[in-house]
Design a protein around this ligand. Structure first.
Ligand code: ADP
Ligand code: MG
Ligand code: ZN
Length: 476
């Protein structure tokens, strides 16, 4: 019997507002524990929450970007439960009448596009963070995170595989980052995901019992946890056993899941409208303004890049992953209109240094004008690509002008046949065995000789000219 998986994701995205959802405490990550707290986010008696307008606007931006139906009236609700990371003993969230419903995320897996519909997007506040130290007979609690604005984005159960789940998360993360409303950092917990998964006989209409997976803080973990869980559930069904509806935790050390708690139902939380907060009313004029402020979204950017720059889908996907890099690419191409050359250099050299430093392009001293100039020097054969790569770190780190570096250090490419001929002859005479092999038919050795000449000239020799001279000498 064949089975198929049914997956629905509940994603929590922390909004990168300056202040918390209902008070003016800072949301900055990584500050000493309990230094960003006040009576409101600690739930002391007599305080009143005030909603963060910026957070509502950010939520609306996402809802607009994903084509959701926005509820012009929505309400905040209390979700009641006791847990040590929740000082008020209730979380302010939305239940009936969330901010937005419907909408979709379009994913692509192996070139196949699929629309994953959304159930709803609602606003809520984050809980504090518990820190368990196994050496201590107690746990710590840090309330800096308590009250940080969160969006919960709930997908329909339309995701069919772990690969699709990861594609969904990556697509959603990219949109959140393009909108600049969430940094999408899964390790720091600003993007978190609970995965609901069930299995059913292939083709069957009826859904199986679902299990909720928590505690996955990277795309890899989500994929592994789902793979494990799907296998586990199929195993149980094959043995004629039943799936228990529960919440399970993923354990990266063993790459398995284990039960955490039985599933609670909505009525367990005794949701009711928060009497401290009035109904949220959205004006059409606000939506119009936000709509006008939306950036070009990744999907549209990708289509435009493919049409305009004659690059492969693979290249475009990497170029547009970060909005800032895509913008840098386009600014460079405006000055030096050779998209392929710019793309090649960005995807290799530029990304190598960005990854090394864990930096965004805007956090470096690399300017579009300077990259354009560097590549122009290569095209005009003033310098070789080898020299370009050699001096690139200075252009990137110090914002140095390539022309100046080339002049100051005498790095101009040597293209004179006369001057290069002697060095080529020297290389051949120093490698008699290779010359013999070449003459016996091993033509691939030409690259070796060219490399030797480049080495001797510290990369300054024009490879094209060297190629020509060497071929002439060897074929003589
Ligand atoms: P609950 O009330 O138990 O939280 P919801 O209906 O709110 O359940 O759904 C929560 C998430 O679980 C959604 O993302 C939804 O797509 C997903 N889901 C619902 N039913 C199933 C199922 N049978 N298998 C897998 N995922 C499911
Ligand atoms: Mg739910
Ligand atoms: Zn506070």
């Amino acid at each position: 019997m064949e089975f198929e998986a049914v997956i629905g994701l509940e994603v929590h995205a922390q909004l990168n507002t300056q202040t918390k959802m209902f008070c003016s405490c800072s949301t900055k990550f990584g500050k000493p524990p309990n230094t960003q707290v006040c009576p409101v986010c600690m739930g002391l008696p007599g305080v009143l929450p005030v909603i963060n307008k910026q957070a509502v606007e950010y939520a609306l931006k996402l809802a607009l970007a994903l084509n959701c139906k926005i509820n012009l009236k929505s309400i905040m609700a209390r979700k009641n439960y006791f847990y040590p990371d929740l000082p008020k003993n209730y979380q302010i969230s939305q239940y009936e009448l969330p901010l937005a419903e419907g909408g979709a995320v379009e994913i692509e897996v192996n070139g196949i596009k699929k629309k994953i519909n959304l159930v709803r997007i609602h606003m809520e506040e984050d809980a504090g963070k518990l820190i368990h130290d196994e050496k201590q007979p107690y746990s710590y609690v840090d309330f800096n995170r308590a009250g940080v604005p969160l969006l919960e984005i709930v997908s329909s159960p339309e995701i069919s595989s772990p690969e699709e789940a990861v594609a969904y998360l990556k697509t959603l993360r990219r949109i959140l980052r393009y909108l600049e409303i969430c940094d999408g950092n899964m390790e720091e917990g600003s993007l978190r995901c609970d995965a609901n998964v069930s299995v059913k006989p292939k083709g069957s209409e009826k859904f199986g019992t679902k299990v909720e997976l928590k505690n996955m803080n990277s795309f890899k973990h989500v994929e592994r946890a789902l793979n494990y869980e799907i296998k586990r559930q199929i195993g149980l069904l094959m043995e004629g056993k039943e799936i228990v509806q529960e919440t399970r935790l993923y354990d990266e050390a063993t790459q398995t899941t284990h039960p955490m708690r039985g599933k609670e139902e909505a009525h367990d939380y005794c949701y009711f409208p928060d009497p401290d907060l009035i109904e949220i009313q959205i004006e059409e004029s606000l939506l119009k303004r936000l709509e006008a402020e939306l950036p070009e979204l990744p999907k549209i950017k990708k289509e435009r890049f493919l049409k305009t720059y004659n690059l492969t889908p693979y290249e475009v996907d990497i170029l547009i992953e970060e909005k800032s890099l895509a913008e840098f690419f386009e600014k460079t191409v405006k000055i030096y209109p050779n998209p392929k050359a710019v793309s090649n250099f960005v995807l290799t050299e530029v990304l190598r240094y960005l990854n090394r430093d864990g930096k965004d392009i805007n956090e470096t001293n690399l300017k579009p004008e300077n990259l354009a100039q560097l590549l122009e020097l290569v095209e005009k054969e003033v310098i070789s690509i080898t020299i370009a790569k050699q001096i690139f770190p200075e252009v990137y780190e110090r914002g140095a002008e390539p022309k100046k570096i080339v002049e100051e250090r005498g790095l101009v490419q040597e293209s004179s046949e006369e001057k290069l001929k002697g060095i080529c002859e020297e290389v051949l005479s120093q490698n008699p065995a290779e010359v013999e092999k070449y003459k016996a038919g091993k033509k691939g050795l030409l690259g070796f000789f060219v490399g030797q000449v480049l080495k001797k000239t510290k990369g300054k020799a024009n490879p094209k000219v060297v190629n020509k001279i060497l071929t002439e000498l060897l074929e003589k």
